[in-house]
Design a protein around this ligand. Structure first.
Ligand code: NAD
Length: 438
């Protein structure tokens, strides 16, 4: 396998994973970020984000000398044959992907790129970005490639090294071939395409997943009304190989750093070319409905009745991140639900193993008191709401929880807890998509 000199711009979930994994495959990698404090920590082998196996891989890369960290993109691209751009592409004011960070990187590295090198967008970017980058570079000697990333937070290293597929899209065959070569050590089909198709496939995948989740959440609502059990329905549904069992569990609504922004961005792309995409719009609307429905359910089960049932009522939240295994709070449905409960006057105490109450990693969350001890969420509370499926929540001392609660109510948005254990502890467990809802 050829060893390449690679630059990775942006050391977030995607960039740091890509950099450390590419170094583990034998390449020489320089990672850059604008955040000097983050770079200094990474250079000492300290990884701030929660990703299984990533700290070990970063330390191994540093020890081997194949992985380095620098401040500033220009510094990183000197001598690099391939430059991966992995900066954020959040939602802009009009719903479109905001390409400010991508544009800034292109502008910064343009005069420093080696002749014959390839610029790869790994950030999720809308169709047309490769053409936009090509125009901004204005250098015929540089290749432009789209190589969307499909890793999931929490399992990013495993997903990067064992993906279902690698997509490499370019309108320059030589540039696509150069990038495809980097993945020689990865056991997955490398699918070469044109740039626009590669850019679209990432949005196509994420929007499909959002549609699937919204579909299940509405099915769960239907189950509650007709006397069916969503877990039985999805268990049988998922055995159909045309459907598959992944992303087929009900929950508090989908969220995280990708699905909300990518659904908005695809709708915006479709709109800009006059294509109506009602299916994706319905998935977004269903998600908002799901969160409102859940807040109403909490108010009904934990509230005091009357016109403002949650005013002054204490509610405990188990989990804040958008899923277990990550520390990412961006667009978490737990926070959306918390915001709505707080708006209705509830006093919220929350625990999440990845969200510290104090110290360097603590982030202030509006209207929520974060505690390091899960049992404190129950103290004097009118109910507990499970938002994130951290495995150890199942094994909490539930009789102790029951003793601390003011009212013995648990709303489980993900059907994660063991109903029999909670019932034995004297708790009224309310799952999702199970009937009948009283
Ligand atoms: P992130 O916010 O965790 O990281 C982005 C990093 O880029 C930050 O460290 C930031 O300081 C740095 N940065 C910003 N401007 C810079 C500049 N000019 N020069 C150098 N560094 C700069 O973002 P992320 O979650 O890693 O996502 C990055 C991209 O990958 C997004 O487009 C996202 O949609 C996509 N993506 C994310 C995931 C995921 O699960 N997080 C999965 C697949 C794709």
């Amino acid at each position: 396998m050829h060893r390449h000199n690679i630059a990775v711009i942006g050391t977030g979930y995607v960039g740091l994973t890509a950099g450390a994994c590419l170094a583990s495959l034998g390449h020489r990698v320089v990672c850059a970020d604008v955040d000097a404090a983050k770079v200094a920590e990474l250079a000492r082998g300290r990884v701030r984000i929660l990703e299984e196996g990533l700290p070990e891989l970063v330390r191994a890369g540093l020890d081997s000398g194949r992985l380095r960290f620098v401040v500033g993109a220009a510094e990183a691209v000197r001598g690099a044959r391939t430059v991966f751009v992995c900066v954020g592409t959040p939602t802009g004011p009009d719903g479109r992907a905001d390409l400010t960070a991508v544009d800034a990187v292109v502008e910064e590295i343009r005069p420093h790129l080696e002749p014959g090198s390839v610029l790869v967008t790994k950030s999720t970017v809308p169709v047309g970005t490769a053409a936009r980058v090509t125009a901004a570079l204005d250098r015929a000697d540089i290749g432009v490639v789209s190589n969307p990333e499909f890793l999931r937070e929490g399992t990013s290293v495993r997903d990067f090294l064992n993906p279902d597929r690698v997509v490499v899209g370019s309108d320059q065959a030589w540039a696509a071939a150069q990038v495809a070569e980097l993945y020689a050590g990865v056991d997955a089909p490398v699918m070469i395409s044109d740039a626009a198709s590669a850019e679209l496939v990432k949005y196509a995948a994420n929007c499909f997943l959002a549609v699937k989740l919204s579909y299940v959440n509405t099915l769960a609502e239907l189950c509650e009304q007709v006397g069916a059990d969503i877990d039985r329905v999805t268990a049988a549904l998922g055995r159909d190989h045309r459907i598959g069992s992944a992303f087929l569990r009900p929950g508090p609504g989908w969220g995280g750093s990708c699905l909300p922004k990518d659904t908005r961005a695809l709708l915006s792309t479709a709109d800009s070319v006059g294509v109506d995409f009602p299916l994706v719009r319905a998935a977004v609307d269903t998600n908002a409905h799901q969160q409102a429905r859940l807040a109403a359910k909490v108010a009904r089960l934990c509230g005091t009745g009357g016109p403002a049932p949650l005013r002054g009522v204490r509610i405990g939240l188990l989990g804040l991140t958008f899923k277990a295994g990550t520390d990412d709070l961006r667009d978490s449905p737990a926070l959306a639900l918390a915001a709505e409960l707080a708006r209705q006057g509830a006093e919220l105490t929350a625990h999440d193993p990845a969200v510290p109450a104090t110290g360097p990693g603590a982030v202030p969350l509006d209207g929520i008191t974060v505690v390091d001890d899960p049992y404190r969420t129950a103290e004097g509370a009118h109910g507990l709401v499970l938002c994130t499926e951290w495995p150890h929540f199942r094994d909490l001392d539930w009789p102790r929880m029951a003793a601390a609660l003011h009212r013995p109510v648990v709303v489980d948005t993900r059907n994660h807890l063991d109903a029999a254990t909670l019932s034995a502890a004297g708790l009224a467990w309310h799952g999702t998509g199970l009937s009948p809802v009283e």
